[in-house]
Design a binder for this molecule. Structure first.
Ligand SMILES: NC(=O)c1ccc[n+]([C@@H]2O[C@H](COP(=O)([O-])OP(=O)(O)OC[C@H]3O[C@@H](n4cnc5c(N)ncnc54)[C@H](O)[C@@H]3O)[C@@H](O)[C@H]2O)c1
Length: 324
């Protein structure tokens, strides 16, 4: 299978590409990535020697580049996105451009070139917030942030291209990911890197917000299952089953680095902050045999170790981001 992976230099996309190429010496993967602030080509260094690997630096909104890379592909896994909620609150423009227009440019090219399956990698945030119970795939979309609104718009476009044009699409929606190579603006790597540097960490509001955490390798396994076995035009939830409040998460990270609560600064809550996310992922479990494999405590400890051991990866990213 010849695979086009957009956003393959980012946190989740690079995990997916590394896993895909390592497991198959005959695989062909073209990564299309604009290398924005969160894209790091070095994330793919360990597979750059693979004979089937090709990296193209380019923008998913650029129809010419997209047309070139789409030719001859059997499938597309679309990760490329502006992905940080706080940045979308500061300014929604880049989110609308990349997440909505970029998806439309890719869909048009996929249609023109008769690329096979198109996997849209999406998020549980499209549903808004849920105080109890869990969302099923049929739940109405009610996004709270400009980020999740643009992901919702992209998901609807993808599903519309299936209904209108018969394009073979699958949408996956996942809970919060953690693991190595995550840009140190997201809560887990932000807290780890600040704590190991002896700094304080900012906890939003009262810390009661609940997220369902999933190791990035489990997310990628779910995407592969949907790519190979998902039904055209369907949505699949990929869940973690580990609901933790931000307060509990902060306690776990403090323990992991041997720090106390005096290192925590309470900051004003994020605007429109969703209280709780929770996915019902029984569909992918029952239909495609998905189950997360990495227990949260083990995955979190390994993630802390990874950031401890890879300062040269995150320090320049953090310095650049803090300067900006
Ligand atoms: N991180 C999570 O917890 C999570 C959970 C569920 C779904 N998702 C989705 O997974 C996908 C990947 O998320 P991530 O956390 O790896 O994000 P990330 O910010 O680490 O990576 C995004 C990648 O996309 C690239 N990119 C951005 N704009 C581009 C453009 N215009 N053209 C080409 N490339 C561009 C960046 O350079 C980067 O390599 C996103 O679609 C996100 O919505 C993320």
């Amino acid at each position: 299978m010849r695979l086009l992976v957009t956003g393959g230099a980012g946190f989740i996309g690079s995990e997916f590409v590394r896993g895909w190429l390592r497991s198959d010496p005959a695989a062909h993967v073209t990564v299309l990535d604009a290398l924005t602030y969160s894209g790091v080509e070095e994330n793919l260094a360990s597979v750059a020697h693979h004979p089937g690997y090709r990296f193209v630096r380019g923008d998913v909104c650029d129809p010419d580049v997209v047309d070139q890379v789409m030719a001859g592909q059997d499938a597309v896994v679309h990760f490329a996105a502006e992905s940080h909620v706080d940045r979308s609150i500061e300014g929604a423009g880049p989110f609308v451009r990349t997440n909505v227009v970029g998806t439309q440019v890719l869909l048009d090219a996929a249609l023109r070139h008769r690329a096979g399956r198109f996997v849209q990698v999406s998020t549980d945030e499209v549903y808004g917030s849920i105080s109890e119970g869990s969302w099923t795939e049929e739940w109405p979309l009610a996004p709270s942030s400009p980020y999740s609104a643009t992901k919702s718009a992209a998901d609807l476009l993808v599903l519309a291209y299936h209904r209108t044009h018969g394009l073979d699409v699958v949408v996956t929606r996942c809970t919060n990911n953690y693991g190595p190579h995550q840009f140190p603006e997201k809560v887990i790597p932000l807290f780890i890197t600040r704590l190991i540097d002896g700094r304080t960490v900012p906890l939003y509001g009262d810390g009661r917000h609940i997220r369902d955490w999933l190791h990035v390798s489990d997310h990628c396994r779910g995407i592969e299952l949907a790519l190979h076995g998902g039904k055209p035009g369907e949505v699949y939830h990929i869940g973690g089953g580990t609901e933790v409040s931000n307060h509990e998460l902060t306690g776990l990270l403090l323990d992991a680095v041997g720090a106390d609560w005096d290192r925590v600064t309470r900051v004003a809550d994020r605007k429109g902050h969703d209280l709780r996310y929770s996915l019902d992922d029984s569909k992918i479990r029952e239909q495609l045999g998905y189950a997360p494999e990495v227990p949260f405590t083990e995955g979190l400890a390994a993630t802390v170790d990874w950031y401890r051991g890879n300062r040269s990866w995150w320090e320049p990213l953090k310095a650049g981001s803090e300067r900006a």
